[in-house]
Every structure is written in structure tokens, then in C-alpha cells.
Design a protein around this ligand. Sequence first.
Ligand code: ADP
Ligand code: MG
Length: 257
Amino acid sequence: MAKIFCIANQKGGVGKTTTTVNLAAGLAQIGQRVLVVDLDPQGNATMGSGIDKRKLETTVYDVLLESSSIPEAKARAEKAGYDVLGANRELAGAEVDLVALERREARLKAALAEVGPDYDFVLIDCPPSLSMLTLNGLCSAHGVIVPMQCEYFALEGLTDLVNTIKQIHANLNNDLQIIGLLRVMFDPRITLQQQVSDQLKAHFGNKVFDTVIPRNVRLAEAPSYGLPGVVFDPTSKGAQAFVDFAKEMVKRIETMK
Ligand code: ADP
Ligand code: MG
């Protein structure tokens, strides 16, 4: 059965989508069956997987409204080797459409339950907010991966996220836990980043992943080619770090019940 992870952080531009598509590609490379769910109406994970969001006939929106199933709605990221439940602007309307419906926070969970046997990992790329969409992601997941830049305000935002996850754990999803904090866009030459990194380890201990993702321009260039960096330039430092992270995640799930 698939282990389901949300890539979440309510801040924008912190590396959620980059983490989602590159972890997916890294996992695929080491033989894991992966589904990426794009829960952001911007559709960056969809485009970054080489799937044109404007041409999609079915997306995660149809799955949330139960007019389509995941096997019907998914697409294939051919070069990267994983499946994608894509998103486009239509998804922005889901927020309003879901309000009137019952089980509105558990729609994605129900759909994913049907495809659990088909995958080893489901990675959900969340929008930068705590919306009904993110709530659907968090209610579906076994755990949350939090990408973060080691900057001063990063710790402040983290407290809100940790409290939100605690509440969802208590009220809606007993499985939910923070799997780990992933340091991304890391530049070891910047003293402040080292200091924040040390603080993170002091506060969160083994909840901080061993792997560190460096700031690497190849990772930033890759989406314009419709590829995760891991596929676009496998020899780059960024790509190699994400393959290491994929291996670390495989080890982590072995220790999860
Ligand atoms: P989010 O999904 O949280 O909004 P993105 O993954 O889209 O964040 O990343 C924001 C920007 O930073 C993008 O332009 C992306 O290409 C760039 N980026 C992300 N990770 C790295 C990295 N490790 N090195 C360099 N650029 C990065
Ligand atoms: Mg994003």
C-alpha cells in the first residue's frame, strides 16, 4: 500500500514543487512506483513534470468533485517515470464548489484509497495556504514533508504549521505526523543559514532530514524544459541531493508502521 506524503509549507516559493517533482523522479529512478498529486491551481508540478496543464481534460478537480477517478484522470510523466494527477486554474474553483458538499475535506483521501495498491509513494504538492485544498491533502496523508529555507523567518512560520498539523492530527487524521523538515536552497557559505540549520537540529532533532538540498541553478532551470532537475541534469549537485533524499525516504518508510 502506498505511503502518502504532503509536501507542505504555507509560505510560497520555499521549494515545495521542486521537492515534489524531484523526490518523485528520484524515487522512480530507484524503482518506486510514484503518483504526484498537484493540489495547487498554479499547476507548477504538472508543468514541471512535462504535462501541459492547458491541455488536460481531467484533473484533480474532477476527482475532488467525484466526476472522475484517479485512474481515469491521471497522466504520465514519461521521461521522469511517474504518474501525475494534474491541476490547472480550474482547481481554484474547487474551494467554492466543495463548500456545499459533504465529506468535503475527505474527498482526496477516498479517491486515493482506491489506488493505494498501485503505488509505493503518493506525493501531494500543496498550495501555499491552509485552504480546503491543503486540508484535503493533510487529511489524506500519513505524513508531511516540510521544505524550508534556513532563514530567520523560517522558524516563525514553522510554529503555525506545526500547530495546524497537531490540530488535524487530533480532529481529522490520526495518522498525520511531520515526517521531517527538509533544508532546501542551502548555501553553507552563509553563516545565518548554518546557524538556523543548527537551531533546527537542536529543536527538532531527528525530524530534520539528513539530506540537505543545495541551492543549484540546474534545479531552477529544469521546469522550463518540463523536467525535474533529477532528469534534466542527473550529474548536478541538486539532482544528486534529491536522489539521496529519495533513498532517505525509502529508509524512513521502512521504520513507519
Ligand atoms: P513553492 O512550490 O514552495 O512555491 P518552488 O519549488 O516553485 O516553491 O521554488 C520556488 C523557486 O525557487 C522556483 O523558481 C524554483 O525553481 C527555485 N528553486 C527551488 N529549489 C531550488 C534550489 N535548490 N536551488 C535553486 N533554485 C531553487
Ligand atoms: Mg509550488
